[in-house]
Write a protein that binds this ligand. Sequence first.
Ligand code: ADP
Ligand code: MG
Length: 386
Amino acid sequence: MSPPADVEAAARAAEAFTARFGAAPEGVWAAPGRVNVIGEHTDYNGGHVLPVALPHTVRAAAARRDDGRLVLTSAQHPGADADVALTDLVPGTPGGWAGYPAGVVDQVRAQVPGGLGLLVDGDVPAGSGLSSSAALECAVALAVRDLLGLDWGPDDLVDVARRAENDFVGAPTGILDQSASVLCTAGHALHLDTRDRTWEQVPLDLEGAGLALLVVDSGTTHDHAESGYGERRRQCEEAARRLGVGLLCDVPDAAGLAALDDGTDEGAVLLRRARHVVTEDARVAEVVALLRAGTDPRAIGPVLTAGHASLRDDFEVSVPELDAVVEVALAAGAHGARMVGGGFGGSAVALVDADAVDRVTAAVAERAGAPRSHVVVPSAGARRLS
Ligand code: ADP
Ligand code: MG
């Protein structure tokens, strides 16, 4: 499934909005999903990340109302509209998909006494680790900013979107997803320091190098994805506490983690968790240095594969389905491959020669049971479409 161009996507959303609400929207906004090239589970440890935006987006067509209600409808969730008085918004209500946009609107309740109608349409695969949730929040945050004339910069958009997910929906996330959706630019990866929130755009011209970044959906989501994520966050906090540092990425290298090994099983687990975080942060620096030096991007392949081994063995968030995708992709000629996202299911990425895309896609479909793959071109961040 290749995503529609902006003009076509905007027209479709506007048309659906008009059909649903009986009047044209005041505008259409879009925000992309993301895939992280390297830097997994570093974003809540004060480390670095390197995402690219997907060509796939979530669109929000919106118009203000005068009846004090928030009316939400999604082309991907027919029959699950939400229609609530603004004064009735509380974390958790509305629930389900409507919680993400409602969590954004809730933060500007005082400024939208009249209400808001929103139609959502998107093609970011949901629940595959490609951050459809952040795409949805960011598209709505942009719409709200423009419609209400709010003075929000990029950091404000990121914060509003993230608070919707953390505080209203109740899903803990770092700032990677929303930052990528807002800040990424076409043809670049976003090198973000999650500690001080400074960022730089790193040129990533895969096409020019005869390469493609293939995102492979493993087709699995494990029930313990959320609890597993929460447990890893707590383990990272505990490791930092035992080491006497504020955040794990204050530790410069794996040698600085030795004190965690106190002879207990728990100490050994914390050491492995912390070792993933600290070595992963170093892998981000390594990949950025390679790309900045103008090296053939194939050189980053082994660093990605090392990142997978670390997520599998030290952080223990991979699953056999993801390991299989990575192994099969490498055997079929990928220069590097790794699972992406929180883990316990979701997607993997593989860096492959452009002329090997079909071969690798067929191999992961046949031998790793992963029939859905997308070629990802580093694309633009959140924007107004019409
Ligand atoms: P991910 O962000 O990795 O895709 P999440 O579980 O964080 O997975 O977010 C997925 C949820 O986001 C969906 O279950 C749905 O509630 C919401 N969502 C994503 N895309 C849309 C859409 N186009 N319309 C409505 N809700 C959406
Ligand atoms: Mg998400």
